[in-house]
Design a protein around this ligand. Structure first.
Ligand code: ACO
Length: 323
């Protein structure tokens, strides 16, 4: 069978850094409150005119370099984003035209903060079906464009960024000792729309809208759903939490990461945490954290990595990957 093996990872954060102290000059908040409730110290904000595709292209270029691949070898470009450059065409088409061969397929996946996990599932299934040999998956967001900068309950939580992986087909044995994506697990429950959504869109208001969220409820659902999808990924592969070398969670809030790890009985030292550095970057946060762990040498080839995310929809899911 074919396995979808991650050959390289890349990340990009815009230059402009917005600290908690700067935010405290704009809304009624404080560095202490933000750090205590979220663990976030700063976030990056795209420059005027810098689009989601610009971030995506930079991250993908770095991932291709890390993989030792050329964009011309790529036969599929997928961008996970909730903040596309335009309503259409897909942001992925711009990435494909910058980096790839004319004619190869490209499309966006929209599952907000779970977008990277959904994208991994899509790419993995294309590869397993023999429809792709080498795919680039990018999580890229400019959430700064959809924040209400006067709403302190949301504007302190998010940031901009992009992360990418190059995934290619390799023969595997079908066991959990294979390299590559071992399994993906996706869920959604649209009954929870009002807990986390954007109050605009082409078909509703003809505006872009702003993020609206019931933070406490989201928090409660996140811990339950994330722990449950981690368990299902382990069960599907006949593994236990002790077999996992690294948990690379969606980086929303340090308290969610801690509560989920504790519910799972996971050693906190095995959880990659970068939310302090870039806040919640939605679909970009898992590849940003993954890149950090790979680049600093913590995550090594052959190790087992569990990724999980939850976001608006609700959507949630997990992926078990051997590097
Ligand atoms: N600065 C100062 N005070 C604030 C701020 C702020 N930025 N935001 C809210 N407050 C106030 C509230 O108004 C409230 O004041 P009150 O008691 O006078 O009414 C008080 O702080 C407590 O507010 P709560 O909402 O109860 O605070 P809580 O401890 O729940 O923390 C938070 C809020 C951080 C949003 C938390 O609920 C959370 O992290 N939820 C998860 C949301 C999330 O991460 N969403 C991301 C997308 S989904 C995902 O990725 C999983």
């Amino acid at each position: 069978m074919f396995r979808s093996v991650i050959q390289g990872v890349g990340a990009y954060l815009p230059e402009r850094v917005l600290t908690n102290a700067e935010l405290a000059k704009q809304v009624d908040t404080s560095d202490e409150w933000i750090i205590e409730r979220t663990g976030i110290c700063k976030r990056h904000v795209a420059a005027d005119g810098q689009k989601t595709s610009d971030l995506a292209i930079e991250a993908a270029t770095r991932a291709l370099k890390a993989a030792g691949r050329d964009g011309n070898e790529v036969d599929l470009f997928v961008v996970a984003t909730a903040t596309p450059d335009e309503t259409f065409p897909a942001t992925a088409a711009r990435v494909q035209s910058a980096l790839g061969r004319p004619g190869v397929p490209s499309f966006d996946v929209q599952a907000v903060c779970s977008g990277f996990i959904y994208g991994l599932a899509v790419v993995d299934n294309f590869i397993k079906a023999g429809q792709s040999k080498c795919a680039v998956l990018i999580g890229a967001e400019t959430f700064s464009r959809i924040l209400d900068w006067e709403d302190r309950t949301t504007c302190v939580l998010f940031g901009d960024g992009a992360g990418a992986v190059v995934v290619s087909a390799e023969e595997g044995t079908g066991t959990s000792s294979d390299r590559g994506i071992l399994s993906t697990h996706l869920h959604s429950d649209g009954r929870y729309h009002d807990m986390l959504y954007v109050d605009g869109g082409p078909a509703s208001t003809q505006t872009t809208g702003h993020v609206r969220m019931k933070g406490k409820e989201v928090f409660r659902h996140a811990v339950v759903n994330l722990a449950s999808t981690v368990r299902e990924a382990l069960d599907a592969n006949g593994l236990t939490i002790d077999d996992v070398d690294w948990l690379v969670p969606h980086q929303a809030n340090k308290r969610i990461l801690d509560s989920t790890a504790s519910k799972l009985g996971m050693d906190p030292a095995k959880v990659i945490v970068t939310v302090d550095q870039h806040a919640n970057t939605s679909a970009a946060s898992i590849p940003l954290a993954f890149e950090t762990g790979v680049a600093d040498g913590r995550i090594k080839p052959g190790q087992l990595v569990l990724m999980e995310a939850m976001g608006g929809g609700f959507t949630w899911g997990s992926a078990l990957v051997r590097l």
